[in-house]
Design a protein around this ligand. Structure first.
Ligand SMILES: NC(=O)c1ccc[n+]([C@@H]2O[C@H](COP(=O)([O-])OP(=O)(O)OC[C@H]3O[C@@H](n4cnc5c(N)ncnc54)[C@H](OP(=O)(O)O)[C@@H]3O)[C@@H](O)[C@H]2O)c1
Length: 226
């Protein structure tokens, strides 16, 4: 049966790939991002604007799944050293990634049925840490705790997370060729993942094919974190 899914970060690299997969399978997609997306219905909500999200939820009706693909992507925070970071850097990233994800789930709660599935998006630094992007790593770790907490709180709605390694989207466009080569080298498969490979993992968790999987973190990183 076709799914009705909400995709945040719908204008982004992995979000667009998920839209294409869902469309090819006949699903109905509600896109959320500040820039327009190719979704069937699009809402240009900031994930920190709870009223905008609630209005979207009132309009779209039943939802079978939510993919939380938005993410704070300011490269400046990535390269800042420990002594250069301040509280605001953490508030910014935690605001968009963690509070924003919670806002979306809370706004769409009335639309979810017992068979629905929610997918949070984390990252390998959220599992193993990193010397770069420390606020990002901390927020991505927090998202895993949030996903597992909501898996307990919202059951039988399923709540899972994916932890991506380096995926070839605009998000990595600001990384130097040398650093990208190092990312590649750190994976066992010796390459970056494609947006489609990342989106397929999310689609599996959204779909009834994963109906007995909840509170899980699916690592999609070409073996980077091993
Ligand atoms: N690419 C990678 O290597 C990689 C690795 C690990 C994890 N991830 C995670 O995977 C997710 C998707 O990444 P991507 O590579 O597809 O990134 P991307 O192309 O930069 O997309 C990021 C998306 O987040 C949305 N967004 C950012 N701030 C927002 C806000 N305040 N309100 C609403 N939407 C907001 C952007 O939409 P607008 O600007 O239109 O609002 C955009 O659609 C992110 O959570 C990222 O951290 C990516």
């Amino acid at each position: 049966m076709p799914l009705r899914i909400v995709v945040t970060g719908a204008s982004g690299g992995i979000g667009s790939a998920l839209l294409r997969i869902a469309r090819s399978r006949g699903d109905f997609v509600v896109g959320i991002s500040r820039r327009r997306s190719e979704a069937d219905v699009h809402y240009d909500c900031d994930v920190l604007d709870i009223q905008c999200l609630k209005q979207a939820a009132r309009e779209v009706g039943r939802v079978d799944g939510i993919a939380l693909l938005h993410g704070h992507g300011d490269p400046k925070l990535w390269t800042r050293k420990v002594e250069e970071l301040d509280a605001n850097d953490f508030f910014q990233v935690f605001g968009v990634d963690v509070v924003g994800s919670f806002n979306v789930v809370q706004a769409f709660l009335p639309n979810l049925s017992s068979g629905s599935s929610v997918v949070f998006v984390s990252s390998t630094p959220g599992l193993v840490g990193d010397v770069y992007g420390i606020p990002y790593a901390a927020a991505k770790g927090a998202l895993i705790a949030l996903a597992r907490s909501l898996a307990k709180a919202l059951a039988p709605v399923r709540v899972n997370a994916v932890a991506f390694g380096p995926i070839e989207t605009g998000w990595v466009s600001w990384i130097s060729p040398q650093e990208l080569a190092a990312f590649r080298e750190r994976t066992i498969l010796k390459r970056l993942g494609t947006p489609k490979e990342a989106a397929e993992a999310i689609y599996w968790l959204l779909s009834p094919a994963s109906s007995y999987v909840t509170g899980h973190v699916l690592v999609v990183d070409g073996g980077e974190s091993l």
